[in-house]
Write a protein that binds this ligand. Structure first.
Ligand SMILES: *[C@@H]1O[C@H](CO)[C@@H](O)[C@H](O)[C@H]1NC(C)=O
Ligand SMILES: *[C@@H]1O[C@H](CO)[C@@H](O)[C@H](O)[C@H]1NC(C)=O
Ligand SMILES: *[C@@H]1O[C@H](CO)[C@@H](O)[C@H](O)[C@H]1NC(C)=O
Ligand SMILES: *[C@@H]1O[C@H](CO)[C@@H](O)[C@H](O)[C@H]1NC(C)=O
Ligand SMILES: *[C@@H]1O[C@H](CO)[C@@H](O)[C@H](O)[C@H]1NC(C)=O
Ligand SMILES: *[C@@H]1O[C@H](CO)[C@@H](O)[C@H](O)[C@H]1NC(C)=O
Ligand SMILES: *[C@@H]1O[C@H](CO)[C@@H](O)[C@H](O)[C@H]1NC(C)=O
Ligand SMILES: *[C@@H]1O[C@H](CO)[C@@H](O)[C@H](O)[C@H]1NC(C)=O
Ligand SMILES: *[C@@H]1O[C@H](CO)[C@@H](O)[C@H](O)[C@H]1NC(C)=O
Ligand SMILES: CC(=O)N[C@H]1CO[C@H](CO)[C@@H](O)[C@@H]1O
Length: 454
């Protein structure tokens, strides 16, 4: 793996080839079996426990979760954190979060602990929690943004007061077997490790304090653990060929009336209204019947060709009647992202997973405009157009160059059509006739751009 990465960085001219090679090494056609994410090699969620004070029978710790993943966020209904106590610890109280079950506290008289379970399960409090039960970065219903989208909201924290624990840094035993659900499976957490105590700087920056003891737990994501079947797929089209290359059939499942009746619904079916509003077993997707059966489809249309620029339209369609996506994002890899000139109605951030490679972009919705992807139906889609400046040494419409190398939706790899099915460039003749038109359009576009930059 290591040596592959090195060579990956150095052959930048061959990078798209190397990328394709890399995909084929790490992913079979439909599933990625490795936890390693080539576009976010250091992505992880780090959970940090800072002991802020000792108490007569234990300690008070601030637990902070940092989502260091560039583009994978945790959306509603939010994270669930669990661990196993090393001894007979109890949780006297919590601020900014709560355990889902109290467990058996029958041996306590007088003060009753918040939780006596050996394996507590903690969830965030909801927005609107009274201020006296909050701490900084708590109470967001377990929703955590991704690091690239907004590092300020990529953090979640709570405070826990632990009893029947050690009261010095020699006698405290670290909790074990951390589990993180976000909200489903997908994360694997390593063991807690004692690290240098965190230093805190006072708001006026005139004093530095430090935790009495600190440990870290690192959790990493694997799409393979999260779900065995893909959740999204990519379809392609272009102005130079009428063929629309749909998502591969049965990408996310197959329509089958016999073995799985009701596995999907048709938009005009009378069953739809009752199924959507009915007793919502809302975690099971209810997808529209399509040949691919994916809840999410991303369509990449090569729309226009100007002399110095070319233009792409990207549409994201939600086919799941039971699911909406707040703060959705996509990550797209295409060699022309180093010359992205303009982007309409999406936010953009360039990701550089490897030194010197600038071919990966994260795109997400504009707040209050299209950052919320509605459930399947007429409103269940968002779209944008991208304008790229051509680099004449690499630009071509041939061999599917204009199509993305890969796309992720909310951090999950979307299945691409097989490369041999990509729309072809029709040969010669038709290109000459429109060159006059191209230059007129190019002038108009440059004027539009000039205006946009004023
Ligand atoms: C977790 O992510 C941070 C930020 O990218 C990185 O500094 C750290 O080394 C990562 N930790 C592990 C164990 O990979
Ligand atoms: C515990 O505290 C002592 C000093 O108070 C320090 O020297 C030692 O490194 C600490 N041990 C740990 C595990 O933090
Ligand atoms: C906790 O993790 C250890 C390995 O670190 C494992 O041996 C043990 O079975 C786990 N315990 C539970 C209850 O899952
Ligand atoms: C522990 O986590 C904190 C917060 O993410 C980080 O700043 C620190 O570098 C980590 N320490 C180690 C040794 O990974
Ligand atoms: C499933 O049933 C619908 C009508 O209920 C029918 O149109 C469709 O062809 C059937 N599909 C298969 C694979 O049998
Ligand atoms: C989005 O989905 C959640 C549950 O999945 C639901 O509670 C909420 O009402 C939905 N919002 C909209 C605007 O559809
Ligand atoms: C990558 O390309 C974008 C778009 O041209 C540019 O804004 C950004 O500065 C580039 N980043 C690097 C690290 O070259
Ligand atoms: C369009 O592309 C398809 C491949 O997806 C190819 O079979 C077809 O011949 C192309 N049409 C033209 C006019 O080149
Ligand atoms: C151009 O297209 C025709 C059919 O449309 C095909 O027979 C011919 O081989 C193509 N020429 C080249 C150079 O691809
Ligand atoms: C035509 C053009 O602007 N090409 C630029 C694309 O981006 C690379 C890397 O940033 C530049 O070196 C090219 O000049």
């Amino acid at each position: 793996m290591e040596s592959l990465l090195l060579s990956f960085g150095s052959i930048s001219k061959l990078n798209s080839l190397a990328t394709l090679l890399f995909i084929s090494l790490s992913c079979s056609r439909f599933t990625c079996t490795e936890a390693y994410d080539a576009l976010d090699p250091n992505g992880n969620i780090t959970i940090k426990w800072d002991i802020m004070s000792w108490t007569p029978d234990g300690y008070v710790a601030t637990v902070t979760m940092f989502n260091f993943q560039q583009y994978r966020h945790i959306q509603a209904p939010g994270w669930t954190l669990g661990w196993i106590w090393a001894k007979k610890e109890v949780i006297w109280s919590m601020v900014g979060a709560q355990t889902t079950e109290q467990g058996d506290c029958s041996k306590f008289k007088g003060n009753i602990p918040h939780c006596c379970k050996k394996d507590p399960t903690v969830v965030d409090l909801l927005p609107g929690t009274p201020y006296n039960q909050q701490i900084a970065n708590c109470c967001k219903g377990g929703v955590i943004n991704s690091w690239a989208q907004d590092p300020d909201t990529a953090v979640s924290a709570f405070q826990v007061s632990v009893g029947a624990a050690g009261t010095t840094n020699k006698t405290v035993r670290l909790p074990r077997n951390f589990t993180l659900k976000a909200p489903g499976p997908g994360y694997t957490c390593g063991p807690a490790k004692i690290v240098r105590p965190t230093k805190f700087i006072t708001p006026d920056k005139r004093r530095v304090t430090q935790a009495l003891m600190t440990w870290n737990v690192t959790c990493t994501y694997s799409q393979f653990l999260a779900q065995k079947t893909p959740t999204c797929c990519v379809s392609l089209s272009s102005f130079y060929n009428d063929t629309i290359v749909n998502c591969p059939t049965c990408t996310c499942g197959c329509q089958n009336n016999i073995t799985r009746p009701g596995s999907c619904v048709n938009p005009d079916s009378s069953f739809l209204a009752s199924a959507v509003s009915g007793p919502a077993n809302s975690n099971t997707p209810l997808v529209q019947c399509t040949s691919h059966m994916c809840p999410i489809r991303i369509h990449w249309h090569v729309k226009l060709n100007y002399r110095d620029y070319w233009r792409v339209k990207v549409s994201i369609t939600n086919f799941n009647y039971r699911m909406n996506y707040s703060q959705w994002n996509i990550v797209v890899q295409h060699p022309n992202f180093d010359n992205l000139t303009q982007l309409f109605s999406f936010n953009y951030k360039s990701l550089t997973p490897y030194e010197g490679l600038n071919d990966t972009a994260m795109l997400w919705g504009v707040k209050f405009y299209n950052d919320f992807l509605m459930p399947a139906g007429p409103l269940g889609n968002v779209q944008s157009e991208l304008l790229f400046q051509k680099d004449t040494s690499t630009f071509t419409f041939e061999k599917g160059w204009a199509f993305p190398r890969r796309i992720y939706f909310n951090g999950d790899n979307c299945v691409m059509p097989p490369p041999d099915s990509y729309p072809w460039l029709p040969n010669a003749s038709s290109r000459q006739t429109s060159s006059l038109l191209y230059s007129v359009v190019t002038v108009l576009v440059s004027m539009a751009l000039a205006l946009a930059y004023v």
